[in-house]
Design a protein around this ligand. Structure first.
Ligand code: NOJ
Length: 495
């Protein structure tokens, strides 16, 4: 049985890979090309000039440290001081937009609206000003994992008041920066905040409550997103004319055997548990049926009186539906899936509730990150699935990239970019997908969460041993520059 499965998988993958020829059609002039970063990963200045502590400050300062090599984001790339240099790199690349995040606790040290840190406000004003001066669109994420510790002390994403605390913070950002910022993303990869932060507990704030706090977090994130969208819609849209979206990530889940209905269903189930648990309430007003059914069935069998997944009221459903102007998609890798032979009856996290088995075959190219293998075809499949499921919504790729050991001769990154962007462009061209832009993760080598500085995703190398945090371009800079200039993935395009 086992060799037969491998043979089937091998044939299937060959077909998928063969289809992924490099696209040689020019991108439309309106297509955006950018780079992304996030506050905690690059800024440093963790307690500079009135910034409050965030959960990642607290988490990385623990002894013993949960982070590889005891790394912290205390100084990181020092972009708090070197933002002008970062913008100069973006100018050299020729990007249309720069995706960065605002550190909530740099602006509101305790997270609450009563105390504003003007120095933090000045920092983001100056960065946005520098970008605008250079014709680069600021593309702002309001929340990229770094909850203010003061908010966490009140329960963080487990406390439903966070809907108000977050929308107060969002309103302040719209007020302060909204004349210049036209692209807002509320949350980055909230699945990581909720599943890793409150489920398995391997990310800050380190709460281990799979399937309970984990779902409370997801529920509150969704309500907070909708609240922020409505604040913008009611109070700012008419004058500022921007867009508010959310960044959702998912691997592509490839049915192990495409002719087995059970494997096709397993793929759909895992996509719904990963992507749909966020997107379906925001596009359709409620959690996906499969998520509601599975969690309720398993919760009752585990002795609960009701589902561990909270329910939305009718009023909340109305408030959630239709609150994504532009969908941010982070796409990196894929897995093979099939139904679990024997689901764990006691398992409570999202990963158990889906009852799907996933793995990455050994012959998929590895990167230096354990979770990630190179599967460009999967990104094309993912965006097609999103378009099919949500009625071809406007999307932008808000992150895609790979890590390596940090070499300046990063040919592997160039190949990666060519193949992934090609797969996304093929999916767009063949299916009329409304994808408006692409964003490389990342501009700089930076603090890669549990892996610290050992995992390097940057187009620019950063010397973390030097107090200057010297930036040096890798070979991929030349490739990305040319791609942006010519709007063509290969040497020359046919149209
Ligand atoms: C997703 C996250 O948004 C970002 O913070 C992280 O560094 C990259 N993926 C790479 O893992």
């Amino acid at each position: 049985m086992y060799p037969l499965i491998l043979l089937v998988i091998g044939c299937l993958l060959n077909t998928i890979k063969a289809d992924n020829h490099l696209n040689n059609m020019t991108f439309p002039d309106t297509f955006m090309f950018g780079c992304a970063t996030a506050a905690y990963q690059i800024e440093g200045g963790w307690n500079a000039n009135g910034k409050g502590e965030s959960i990642w400050d607290r988490f990385t300062h623990q002894v013993p440290s949960p982070i590889k090599n005891n790394d912290t984001g205390d100084v990181a790339c020092d972009s708090y001081h070197k933002y002008k240099e970062d913008v100069a790199l973006l100018v050299d690349l020729g990007v249309t937009h720069y995706r960065f995040s605002i550190s909530w606790s740099r602006i509101l040290p305790t997270g609450l609206i009563n105390e504003i840190n003007l120095d933090g406000v000045d920092y983001y004003r100056a960065l946005i000003h520098e970008l605008k001066e250079n014709n680069i669109e600021p593309f702002v994420t309001l929340f990229h994992y770094d909850t203010p510790q003061g908010i966490e002390d009140l329960g963080g994403w487990r406390n439903s008041f966070i809907e108000t605390w977050f929308s107060d913070y969002a309103r302040l950002c719209f007020e302060l920066f909204g004349d210049d910022v036209k692209y807002w993303m509320t949350f980055n990869e909230a699945k990581q905040t909720c599943v890793l932060g409150y489920g398995t507990g391997v990310y800050a704030p380190g709460v281990k409550s799979p399937g309970v706090a984990e779902y409370m977090c997801i529920h509150n994130v969704l309500k907070a997103h909708a609240a922020a969208w409505h604040v913008y819609n009611d109070e700012f849209r008419a004058t500022q004319k921007g867009q508010v979206g959310i960044v959702i990530d998912s691997s592509w889940f490839q049915p192990e055997n495409e002719s087995l209905q059970a494997d096709i269903d397993a793929s759909e189930t895992l996509l719904q548990f990963t992507f749909g648990i966020f997107a379906t309430p925001l596009y359709m007003g409620d959690y996906p049926d499969i998520v509601k059914e599975n969690v309720e069935r398993r919760s009752l069998a585990q002795g609960y009186l009701r589902s561990r997944l909270p329910e939305f009221t009718e009023e909340e459903k109305i408030k959630l539906k239709g609150t994504v102007d532009l969908l941010g998609v982070n796409t990196y890798t894929s897995s093979m899936v099939r139904p679990l032979d024997v689901p764990d009856p006691e398992g409570k996290g999202l990963n158990s509730d889906c009852e799907v088995y996933q793995y990455q075959p050994d012959d998929w190219e590895k990167t230096d990150d354990v979770w990630m293998r190179v599967t460009p075809w999967g990104s094309g499949e993912l965006v097609k699935w999103i378009a099919r499921t949500y009625g071809n919504p406007p999307m932008i790729i808000t992150e895609n990239g790979r890590s390596d050991t940090g070499t300046l001769d990063d040919d592997a990154r160039i190949t990666f970019l060519m193949e992934y962007i090609s797969s996304i462009k093929n999916a767009m061209d063949d299916n009329n997908l409304d994808i408006r832009g692409y964003t490389v993760w990342s501009l700089l080598d930076n603090f890669e969460w549990l892996f610290g500085y050992s995992s390097k995703f940057g187009l620019y190398q950063v010397d973390f041993d030097s107090p200057d945090r010297t930036r040096t371009p890798k070979k991929s800079v030349e490739y990305y520059k040319k791609l942006i200039r010519t709007r063509c993935i290969v040497d020359s395009c046919v149209n």
